[in-house]
Design a protein around this ligand. Sequence first.
Ligand code: FAD
Length: 405
Amino acid sequence: MDHKDVIIIGGGAAGFFAAINIAESNPDLQVSILEKSSKVLQKVKVSGGGRCNVTHACFDPKDLVSYYPRGEKELLGPFHSFMTGDTIEWFEKKGIELKVEEDLRMFPVTNSSQTIIDCFQSSAEKAGVEILLNQNVHHIKIAEKGFEIETKTGRFRSEKLLITTGGNSKMWELIKGLNHTIVDPVPSLFTFKIKDELLQNIPGISVPNALISIKNSKYSAQGPVLVTHWGLSGPAVLKLSSLAALELADKDYDFEIALNWINSTKEETDERLWQYKKQNPKKKVGIRSPYSEISRRLWENMLTRAHVDRDQNWSDLSKKHIESLSLVLTETSLSVKGKTTFKEEFVTAGGVDLKEINFKRFESRLHSNLYFAGEVLNIDGLTGGFNFQNAWTGGYIAARAISTI
Ligand SMILES: Cc1cc2nc3c(=O)[nH]c(=O)nc-3n(C[C@H](O)[C@H](O)[C@H](O)COP(=O)(O)OP(=O)(O)OC[C@H]3O[C@@H](n4cnc5c(N)ncnc54)[C@H](O)[C@@H]3O)c2cc1C
């Protein structure tokens, strides 16, 4: 049996961040990462469309937690110890500059996730972290003084164990074997499959500020919406998929949404349309929409949906026409039948029950010296760098607890 001081299962974002922090702050500890595949940091590699959205430029812990549909309450304390500013500083100390984009997402200035991978790999090597590849952990036992861990080719023993295996079902089964509760995993951050004439032939068209709600539920989200070949995507859709992840899984992704394309009330819209009609009596309805944010092609589809002839003049529109147009603009009903993956980022909602974790240390409340960080916990955020921030924060705090013997 191979004896180590600290074993980290999972060579991903949280695992590497923790390993480097432990080894740097306590060089006396032998830190080993057991990674099941032949390569580490594979999700970091593909993250943010290959650019790695490291964090989000939000600097108030109370604001930051509001981006986590699961973990909001539990992350507040940890963010007071380590959050965005600390992440930026941590990377800066390693010579990596991050930049903020207009939507507040933060990326390495190189626009390449390889920069983050290189940083982690060289820092781990420098700090003496041992990385053992092709070590798929299939057995964990609580021993008298620590843990016994088995892979196909190795048997290990460690005093402290940190599990950072992300959204991995087999590992959740092993964790259940340690008497921890696992909240059933379901996908989060996905786009909606919709077949509807209104969305036909206009992929690529977007609106900047829509309000999208799931009918007969409390869930709604505001922001840009993008029409795709298969339905709807964009920040508001992704946000809604995250907020309602559990409920939508329950419905087997078969549900109705109401889309307010202009995020305006029906009354305001009625008024605007009547005013437009008054001011532009001789204009053809199909020429352009009274709303600059509604592109002509989308407007044409809206006219069809509202049974309004695009060659009519505005002066010819009846009260019924205005009413139907106003309804299409503010209350379009669409049937969602399925989901598709958002390629830039997706996560799993569910994981180790947060009630069983001491968030001052990211340590199990059931077994001392057993720690969890990252997506293995029932924590997930919206798209925009929040999921990595969770991995950095958990990795850092677990590392601090582990390295202070
Ligand atoms: C395509 C994509 C793009 C993304 N982009 C972003 C982004 O830009 N910004 C952002 O904030 N978030 C992003 N995310 C989410 C983010 O990648 C995850 O939240 C984050 O990687 C979680 O870190 P982690 O360390 O918990 O898990 P991971 O990074 O998934 O690491 C888990 C590691 O554990 C290993 N492992 C699993 N089981 C075992 C086992 N039994 N034995 C040994 N090893 C095991 C895995 O092989 C893996 O290496 C993206 C996700 C995806 C899928």
